[in-house]
Ligand binder design. Structure first.
Ligand code: HEM
Length: 497
């Protein structure tokens, strides 16, 4: 009898049996974990998660497995929390259990646990409190943060005016503006939009956002031990991170070279003073590594997020010209055409405030949140989540929770207004997350969104080459960040419009 043809069949059979045994074993071992789809060894649930829209795949899985379920990211399990009530219960009501940062391999490789965003325990408490206080009290000489943003808004308006009603992609200009605000916060200065230092920095930040949101970024976090040895775009992530760190090291060194009295009152200068103050304290977290990684965190967390939200805003204002007109009407009534918008104006501009909130809700730019973990073995809604396990409090499922938002798929600023046209909060508005790890830059971001967007609409009407009905506002992809489709706009100056 000839058995030679049976070789491949037997191999497939053996592999199938092995996969079934492994998946059964992993299920049994973790029987108190929340339920979830069956996982394959090595791959986990990779085949059930769309790499171009993981948030959508997870929301679909929650329909079958409930608001707390387990997915396997490669060989690592993660608990997904879905919907406003579940996310709020974990992050706010149970902040002591769920308020720790979970690490993913790509972030661990870059930060090694230093800095605000990747640390935990004593370190994170010290660094977060310090950063929040420094941002709140930021002042450089006589200039407040609002002064810096207003000055940057004027530059942005001039750059937009310089496009002379020709179509352009606003990404570069908007990212220059938000990066300059982060420069002001961290180093007390700004760069010209043509400065090669700024341009290099932006190239690296933008490329990293793209890679980390791409299938490659997600694949790296699932299989780091394999991908570390393979060529591919994921390697750019680490090359860029190293170059960004070099840039930051240089900037920090130039602060150190200044005499204390000459230093601007920014994050770096305050951190250096704190290092001096705590020199003899062996448990101090104010050291060079934490300074470098904290400035790294602020740049990365603060630049593309705010720029991307504004890009979504401009796109949505072109898609819905009525919304744009209503904002402009409010600007004309409250600010007029001459005065620079101020953050205090926001209170008197409920429609504009509502429209910006709706841009943030709709664009859902950090759909998966940053990863969390539990600080101890934690009983939650009848399940057991082991200490250290990754927890994903799915912000997409909060911002699109149909129990809290009517027709969540529709862009509608009116949902943030009451019957009398006054601004109305919604507790499920959580683009900055919630609880003890919530974004530290919320106020800085909201100030920028309001001042930049109103300055632009005060001066221009934004138009698209395509008719509004033909503008596609569905996301291009969502991974770490939800990316809009590339677009061009042209600006018609309002005074001559
Ligand atoms: C529209 C703009 C922004 C959005 C939507 C946003 C959103 C977020 C989210 C969802 C998190 C994770 C919170 C969590 O883990 O529960 C976060 C963390 C963080 N954000 Fe923002 N952010 C924005 C702007 C900024 C700005 C301007 C800064 C800097 C001034 C900043 C600095 C940070 C830092 C340092 C963290 C880490 C906090 C920690 O780990 O304790 N963000 N942000």
């Amino acid at each position: 009898m000839d058995f030679s043809g049976l070789g491949p069949t037997l191999a497939v059979l053996a592999l199938t049996v092995l996969l079934l045994v492994c998946s059964w074993k992993s299920k049994r071992r973790d029987s108190r974990l929340p339920p979830g789809p069956p996982a394959l060894p090595l791959l986990g649930n990779a085949l059930q998660i769309d790499k171009r829209a993981p948030d959508q795949s997870l929301m679909k899985l929650s329909k079958k497995y409930g608001s707390v379920f387990t997915v396997w990211l490669g060989t690592r399990p993660a608990v997904v929390l879905c919907g406003f009530e579940t996310v709020k219960e974990a992050l706010v009501d149970r902040a002591d259990d769920f308020g720790a940062r979970g690490t993913v391999p790509s972030i661990r490789k870059v930060t090694k646990g230093y800095g605000i965003a990747s640390s935990n325990g004593h370190r994170s408490l010290q660094l977060r409190n310090f950063a929040i206080t420094t941002l709140r009290n930021f002042r450089n000489g006589t200039k407040t943060l609002e002064d810096f943003i207003q000055q940057e808004a004027k530059c942005l308006v001039e750059v937009f005016r310089g496009t002379k009603e020709l179509p352009f992609d606003p990404t570069f200009h908007l990212t220059c503006a938000t990066a300059n605000i982060m420069c002001a916060v961290v180093f007390g200065n700004r760069f010209n939009y043509t400065d090669s230092k700024l341009l290099n920095l932006l190239d690296m930040i933008t490329e990293n956002m793209k890679v980390i949101s791409s299938p490659w970024g997600q694949l790296y976090d699932m299989l780091p031990n394999i991908l570390d040895y393979l060529p591919g775009p994921h390697n750019r992530l680490f090359e860029n991170a190293a170059r960004i760190k070099n840039f930051l090291r240089e900037m920090i060194q130039s602060h150190k070279d200044m005499r204390t009295k000459e230093r601007p009152q920014d994050f770096t200068a305050s951190f250096l003073s704190k290092m001096e103050e705590e020199k003899g304290n062996p448990t101090s977290e104010f050291n060079d590594e934490n300074l470098l990684l904290s400035t790294f965190n602020i740049f990365l967390a603060g630049t593309d997020t705010t720029s991307s939200t504004m890009r979504w805003g401009l796109l949505l204002f072109m898609k819905f010209p009525d919304v744009q007109k209503k904002i402009q009407r409010e600007i004309d009534e409250v600010i007029g055409s001459e005065r620079t918008p101020a953050f205090d104006d926001r209170e008197k501009m409920p429609y504009t405030n509502a429209a910006i909130h709706e841009v943030q809700r709709y664009s859902n730019i950090i759909p998966l949140n940053l990863p969390h973990t539990v600080t101890r073995d934690t009983e939650f809604r009848g399940f057991m989540i082991p200490k250290g396990m990754i927890v994903i409090p799915l912000l997409a499922s909060v911002l699109y929770d149909s129990n809290y938002w009517e027709s969540p798929e529709t862009f509608s600023p009116d949902r943030f207004l009451d019957k009398k046209g006054r601004f109305k909060e919604n507790e499920a508005f959580m683009p900055f997350s919630a609880g003890s790890r919530m974004c530290i830059g919320e106020t800085v971001a909201q100030m920028q969104l309001f001042l930049f967007l109103t300055a632009l609409l005060q001066n221009f009407t934004l138009r698209s080459l395509a008719e509004p009905h033909a503008i596609d506002i569905s996301p291009l992809s969502s991974g770490f960040s939800t990316l809009h489709r590339p677009y061009q706009l042209y600006c018609v100056p309002r005074k001559s419009a």
